[in-house]
Design a protein around this ligand. Sequence first.
Ligand code: GLC
Length: 779
Amino acid sequence: MNDTSFAIHPGKSRKIENSDYQEAGDVLAIEECRNGLKARTETGELRIVFYANEIVRITMNFFGEADAGTSPAVIGGLQEVKLEHYESGDQAEVKTSCLTVKLTKSPLRITVADAEGRVLAGENQKGMGYKHSKEVICFKNMEESDQFYGFGEKTGFLNKRGEKLVMWNSDVYAPHNPETDPLYQSIPFFLTLREGQAHGIFFDNTFRAEFDMRGDEFYSFSADGGQLDYYLMAGPSPKDVIRQYTSLTGRMPLPAKWAIGYHQSRYSYESQQEVMELAAAFKEKGIPLDSIHLDIHYMDEYRVFTFDRDKFPDPEKMISDLKEMGIHIVPIVDPGVKEDPEYMVYKQGIQEDLFCKYLEGNVYYGDVWPGNSVFPDFTSKKVRDWWGSLHSYYTELGIEGIWNDMNEPAVFNESKTMDLKVMHDNDGNPRTHKELHNLYGLLMGKSTYEGMKRNLKGKRPFLLTRAGYSGVQRYAAVWTGDNRSFWEHLQMSLPMVMNLGVSGIPFSGPDVGGFAHDSNGELLARWTQAGAFTPFFRNHSVLGSARQEPWAFGEKYEAIIRKYIELRYTWMPHLYSLFAEAHKEGTPVMRPLFLEFPEDEHTWNLSDQFMIGDNVIIAPIMQPGTFHRAVYLPEGMWTDYWTGSTYEGKKHHLIKAPLETLPIFIKKGTMAAHGEAGAAGPLTLHLYYEEGSECSYTLYEDDGETFAYEEGEYREICFKVKCEEGTVYLNSAIAGTYEPVWSTVQLAVHSRENVRLKIGSSTLLPEKIEEGRHYFILS
Ligand code: GLC
């Protein structure tokens, strides 16, 4: 970051790449194995195994037998598939109803095609091989129309064609620039969009890995060690790919409702009094608030599982008083445990051998907030169980949410992390930190989430994490780390969160207002507008920066910020239904437009707009002094949420957006459910009438805090609507036993005069007409 021109000194240029590249060698023999084939090659073994008809795993070990084990990312097992297998001369083929894998034996090349024979991943001149006797690499043909998405948490624009992306969990406080890579998460998965159809590749290798999408003819993925082990998912729609990827790596549990509300944070609210005053200010100003985060100052000299009793004399009372006000406390818990023989966590961990150590047996020490510290070895189940149980300290105080930070793990040294020579226990199968580094955050998340879940006895825990690997969605929401109060960082947060969603992580968001540097009223207002629709919604800022609470910049901005925090709650029934969809299918809540309109090339690199579900477009203002913007509306007719004006799709429109306006568009002929903040008020189904249209809308509701939904205590209503000649025909199918607490359920029909409602044989006339909307009471 403070590089001088010396960084590009000619003497520093790298050796010619690929000079040491060795190919896999020829196939010598092929035999069948469960769900696939095994092929012996000159030096190693190749396995081709179908996990499902649409998912094939390809594993090449260049130096020995292919290992059928997986990283902890994978929880999906093998499904029954019907295989066909042919072999003749230099060719072999194995296929299911959806995928065909063709092998050429000499030299070994693999081509994967779909049921129509469309090649998804082909290998021409280059196949796969290794470098320097350990780095593994695989090349695939790149087609002219290929667009690439996913890769987890990356800066830059939505489409990653032309980029090189590295997977190595890193603590990056330096500004997140377009070329700053890697950041905190490693999600070695991407989705290729080719002429409206999609397929995916998940490269399950936990070593430092690289995806090089810069060429025209080839792309490659490589890692510093291990096997070449990847899964190819057939799609064919982008949503199918995400569903297939999350069938392997898991989906998010249903969030506690409070966790998808508004969170207020600061590094740090430093005392009990300050926290109570903050909560009182929210109440007094009538700004809804679900949670306050406690950053590192709440602890006794940064010892995790403690409170500083001078500054927080009665945390239990603070937490229960806040709960009465409907506010949850989320304390930060970092992995670094302070070296202090009088501190229970350190003492127990040392005595029971629970911290990361070298092969030789000496414990690894590194410097983090508490000074010299040790790090739990989360690769061991014993350690995960111990750490998880320690969280009874928090749950007994009434805490239901935890914030995991610094879990790359971050260490204040030159390499920014733990010594790569540290040998993790890995449940009796020791591996170096070099190999397991990228798993540290995921496994800390597993330990924390599972421990909290045990301790909370039926209540849903909330976990927020900075670091992770594929599968992290099973345990935690992700915030995108130390951004800055720059307009550019607001801009960059959209494609970053959209690509996280494509990567199986539907619950994420940036620090609203920006973490480092000083925010200002206009930036905070515009960021809160966008934040009201990002899946995770938290305002957070660094020590010493300008205060960033909703009222920090005066009444003019406070009013706008309040309006958009309230809007979050108005949209809650719609958002919660989308979280339920993410839980069931993996489909993200916040979506890039190409997910819904994959054939429309205007969506392929559209980074400054997003969708909420399949029918709502959000187009935030992300520049200062800007009160208009171009909005692209895809196929269909679209209604302006605020004015009710109709816009034609497949066109760009110049939209007016004064400071108090976030441009929102709803597709005509679709629905969205609204509620009211906190109260058991009316549930309103808004229908944007379009003559001749038919649509369905699934509304999901449950108690929002327990796991009773797993026993069927939820309410899922699938509404089916037809609009014809001024009549709305409504059908609904109900599943689940939960009784929602809405006072009434009403239908509001927009954009049509003189509307009647028909449910079965009965015809209803509107109860009232307000602002051109016809309201019908449904129950
Ligand atoms: C890291 C986190 C940040 C937090 C700070 C102090 O920089 O990313 O969110 O406030 O540490 O704990």
